[in-house]
Write a protein that binds this ligand. Structure first.
Ligand code: 13P
Length: 259
């Protein structure tokens, strides 16, 4: 079964307006469409650059724009927050949900993450649901159980149809921003495990068609090896996505992958 291949850039809290614009200009100038066939490229800038990126990319159907977060309520007195419907109103395509930095620094728990997924789906945004274990959990052998629990808490109750709209990103916390990438064996084992949990929750067809991305110190130098694994359908890239050349090299590595 063929799955969406996704190369997503998560800029986190980086780039001025001018830097964001320059990135997109260089990306569009340099991109080689032959090497990106079938790859869904997603750019995830800070909120304030979203509308500008949507406008700059309006003619490029293969490049989507995602937000890094949305609020879990539909609207109301939540100073400083942005709702899923507001994102949709400026034609944003997708939203990251449950990133470990949101869980760690902003106290997001499984219940909030689950509500955000529903808000995103209600507004026809593609949720990129992030999960992953800490170093302590991996070292104590609790990594598979931790991720099982995260997936069950966030996704139970969704329909198979809603699952078609959703992408999962496995991001081991110990690999994020550390330069310490999971090995292909470690990532592959977890991706297969996630797929088995999805099969139990939603059935084989849904599990086989859900894209599972790997995130955590993905770079141009290790992308091809990771993407060669049959269960790794793409990457969610932080630091290495800030440079258009480096990010394009990662996109091309995914472009080489054929199912
Ligand atoms: P790095 O690629 O910088 O490790 O970040 C990964 C990440 O958190 C993407 O969401």
């Amino acid at each position: 079964m063929s799955r969406r291949r996704v190369a997503a850039a998560n800029w986190k809290m980086n780039k001025s307006f001018a830097e964001a614009e320059l990135f997109v200009e260089r990306l569009l100038e340099d991109i080689d469409p032959d090497k990106t066939e079938g790859v869904h490229i997603v750019l995830t800038p800070p909120y304030i650059h979203l509308q500008n990126l949507v406008e700059m990319l309006t003619l490029n159907e293969g490049i989507a724009v995602a937000a890094q977060n949305c609020h879990h309520e539909a609207q109301g007195a939540y100073t400083g927050e942005v709702s899923a419907s507001m994102l949709k109103s400026i034609d944003v395509d997708a939203v990251l949900v449950g990133h470990s930095e949101r869980r760690q620094y902003f106290g997001e728990n499984d219940m909030i993450v689950s509500k955000k997924i529903h808000r995103a789906l209600e507004n026809d945004l593609m949720p990129v649901y992030c999960c992953g274990e800490t170093l302590e959990q991996r070292e104590s052998g609790a990594h598979l159980g931790t991720v099982t629990h995260q997936i069950e808490a966030a996704l139970t109750g969704l329909s198979a149809q809603q699952m078609q709209q959703l992408v999962i990103a496995y991001e081991p916390v110990w690999a994020i921003g550390t330069g310490k990438t999971a090995t292909v064996e470690q990532a592959g084992e977890m991706h297969q495990h996630i797929r088995s949990v999805l099969e139990r929750l939603f059935g084989k067809e849904s599990a086989e068609s859900t894209s599972i991305l790997y995130g955590g110190s993905v770079k141009a130098s290790n992308a091809a090896e990771l993407f060669a694994h049959p269960h790794i359908d793409g990457g969610l890239v932080g630091g290495a996505s800030l440079d258009p050349e480096e990010f394009l090299a990662i996109v091309y590595a995914l472009g080489h992958k054929r199912f």
